[in-house]
Design a binder for this molecule. Structure first.
Ligand SMILES: [Zn+2]
Ligand SMILES: [Zn+2]
Length: 694
């Protein structure tokens, strides 16, 4: 083998298994893939060269790590779907003539393109027939199997092309790009501004399916043009498409908004406000049962519950840095009554109010901001619970013996999400986090992370989620100056978190450069029954807030130290988590969590008395039971209870009343057996207990 380090005519590619292959310099990804295997070359969608996803046809000019991406890789699918977005755009130009394009990226489960149809001779596509017509056109274009051709262009040339084409959106995008870093991709008669990468040709996109359309503001800005976003997905095989459509159908049935309505769990009202869920009685039982369960677990683990108000002074958030920096995602401040309507200049002449905590809050006023906002006095609906918990920590001087201090609150916070982004419980404007803040020494970080992982796994187990993973977000050592805290601290913390995850058997994918500037973090993801992945909550280390608020603890001498802070909300928010849970179980909650666990169904009015006795006996065992004392037939009552997904139904009539028994039906399973009431109550109470202890 030639010494590649000194041979300018060859490149050495290192495969994921560590083996090396040498090729002539300028070999394409496809050739290098063929060299590994003909089958792999047939399946290849793109390659990864030193971590960068690239077209198969691009030449490789230097030694690199090399991997082949197929449909089995998420990044491979992304290339397939991105290429499909281009194909859809071409089909739209063919069918609709004069259309302009915004952005058309691949997304987690397909792709979309934002399109301006205002100059088209036809109306924007809206119904299934329109979408089917576009799909047919895409299939027709794909069948030509023409290549996606990459071409670097100068900024001038790129501008000229889209000026002549009359596409203002692409021109705006090009303006923001650096000359020398711009590429076009062309397939057939369609050219797009694009970084790529793409498939070698259109041929594999044999099964496109367009799913829906929606309005989308250009660049997400409500003041700018509204485009039509067309969502689609595509597959190389019919079987894959069919499976996907089946999954979507099942997902529709399980949509938490639909189930929330049917089971009367929560509701929204435009009169109250978009994105502000209201919990109905049954949903409240569900939510509080979950909350109690979490609270109990946390108390056993040494967390101390606290309660804090829903607003806080602007100065508090100036110190924490949440104001004015994150104003776009916050509701506007509530200004002091006597200052409302006054100008910033007026406010600047007013001395700050006397306040016992003023010195604390002013301490880290490193925020720095525009002059007017700096002097405004008022309150903010709390976007985060952290600053309040920090002030609780500061309420007294802590010794190293007190640490870790773990302050927990189901804290409700408010964020001003764009109205276009609101949907059911997974994106809301007011939500309650399963929040806690741990104040500890650096040496305690690992044990705290282990405990949060343990808690999370236990809760997921109690809710029948058995597939989950985590993402560990690390700093980018090449950008060390970006991060607060110093390299030594970071390395130790990252090691601690990595070890914590490994020791708890958690699969954690590491992402370099994804950490916030103030500390590394661990995010939890679960996979639901349909195989969809949901991001839940996070455990975040923080070197910043302890600094800004000058937190301290007293060491074994009289020395002062700065604690580390850990923000943790492993389930994120109760709203989102319950939304995910509903879709995971399709509304069939585990028995311990079901808002109504048992429904007693008397076969006639003569047995209402016995039915109430049964209910009372169940309540004595802390079970949630109701009696259906309507005049309906027992058959109707059963159907009703089944629709409401009540896990257990007890039919009682003369025989049961005389023998002190109940006839048991389980949801979806029909008649089971007839057992003595006392046995049943005990058995079910045990079952609940068992489910909760995992
Ligand atoms: Zn593209
Ligand atoms: Zn926090």
């Amino acid at each position: 083998m030639p010494d590649t380090a000194t041979d300018p005519q060859t490149v050495t590619l290192t495969l994921p298994d560590g083996s090396e292959r040498t090729h002539p310099k300028g070999t394409t990804g496809l050739d290098a893939t063929r060299d590994i295997g003909a089958g792999l070359a047939r399946d290849a969608l793109a390659v990864k060269v030193d971590g960068e996803v690239r077209d198969l046809q691009r030449p490789i000019e230097k030694d690199a790590d090399f991997a082949v991406l197929t449909w089995e890789d998420a990044e491979g699918k992304m290339v397939f779907w991105h290429s499909s977005a281009h194909l859809m755009a071409e089909a739209l130009e063919d069918l609709y003539g004069d259309v302009r394009f915004g952005v058309g990226p691949p997304i987690e489960d397909g792709f979309y393109y934002d399109v301006d149809f205002s100059e088209s001779s036809r109306d924007a596509p809206s119904d299934d027939d329109d979408l089917a017509e576009i799909e047919d056109k895409m299939q027709e274009l794909a069948a030509r199997d023409v290549p996606y051709e990459r071409r670097p262009v100068s900024k001038d040339e790129a501008m000229k092309y889209f000026r002549e084409k009359g596409d203002p959106y692409k021109q705006e995008l090009i303006e923001e790009l650096d000359d020398g870093a711009i590429t076009f991709y062309r397939q057939g008669g369609f050219t797009d501004l694009c970084r790529g990468p793409h498939l070698p040709s259109t041929g594999p996109i044999t099964y496109p399916k367009l799913l829906s359309t929606a309005g989308a503001y250009w660049r997400g800005d409500e003041d700018r043009a509204q485009l039509t976003r067309i969502y689609g997905v595509s597959f190389p095989k019919k079987k894959l498409l069919d499976e996907h459509l089946e999954m979507l159908e099942e997902a529709r049935k399980r949509d938490h908004r639909k189930i929330g309505r049917e089971l009367e769990l929560f509701t929204f009202s435009e009169t109250v406000g978009a994105g502000l869920p209201m919990w109905l009685p049954k949903g409240t039982i569900l939510r509080e049962t979950l909350e109690d369960f979490l609270q109990q677990e946390q108390i056993e683990r040494g967390y101390e519950p606290v309660v804090t108000p829903h607003i806080g002074r602007l100065d508090l958030y100036r110190t924490s840095g949440h104001y004015p920096y994150y104003q776009n995602s916050q509701f506007p401040p509530i200004l002091e009554k006597n200052r409302t309507g006054r100008t910033a200049a007026d406010a600047a002449n007013t001395p700050p109010e006397a306040d016992g905590h003023a010195s604390d809050e002013d301490a880290g006023n490193a925020g720095g901001s525009d002059a007017g906002e700096d002097d405004e006095q008022g309150y903010l609906l709390k976007p985060m619970n952290c600053p309040h918990h920090v002030m609780i920590y500061k309420n007294k001087l802590h010794s190293y013996r007190d640490l870790p201090v773990r302050l927990a609150e189901f804290g409700t916070v408010y964020r001003h999400e764009q109205s276009g982004e609101l949907g059911g419980l997974t994106r809301v404007r007011g939500f309650t986090q399963d929040d806690a803040h741990v104040f500890c020494t650096p040496a305690q970080v690992k044990a705290e992370f282990k405990d949060v992982i343990d808690l999370t796994l236990k809760v997921l187990d109690a809710l029948d989620f058995d597939a989950f993973q985590a993402q560990l977000s690390l700093r980018d050592p090449a950008n060390a100056e970006k991060y607060v805290g110093g390299a030594e601290k970071w390395n130790a913390a990252e090691d601690a978190i990595r070890e914590a995850a490994a020791e708890m058997g958690l699969v954690a994918q590491e992402e370099v450069g994804e950490a916030a500037f103030y500390g590394p973090k661990l995010d939890f993801m679960v996979q639901d029954a349909l195989g969809r992945e949901w991001q839940l909550g996070t455990v975040q280390l923080d070197y910043n807030l302890p600094e800004r608020f000058e937190l301290e603890y007293v060491g074994s001498g009289d020395d002062r130290h700065r604690p580390v802070m850990i923000h943790r909300a492993p389930f994120g928010s109760l709203e989102r988590f319950i939304g995910v849970l509903i879709e995971h179980c399709g509304g069939d909650f585990p028995l311990w969590l079901a808002p109504e666990q048992v429904r007693v169904l008397p076969v006639g009015g003569d047995f209402h008395g016995y039915a109430r006795d049964v209910q009372a006996a169940l309540r004595d065992h802390d079970l949630r039971a109701k009696v259906d004392d309507s005049d309906a037939t027992v058959g109707y009552k059963i159907r009703e209870a089944e629709t409401q997904k009540v896990p257990l139904m007890l039919v009682v009539g003369e025989r049961e009343q005389e023998a002190g028994t109940v006839a048991v039906r389980r949801h979806g399973e029909g008649q089971q057996d007839t057992v003595p009431l006392a046995d049943f109550a005990e058995r079910v109470a045990d079952e609940v207990e068992e489910q909760m202890s995992g």
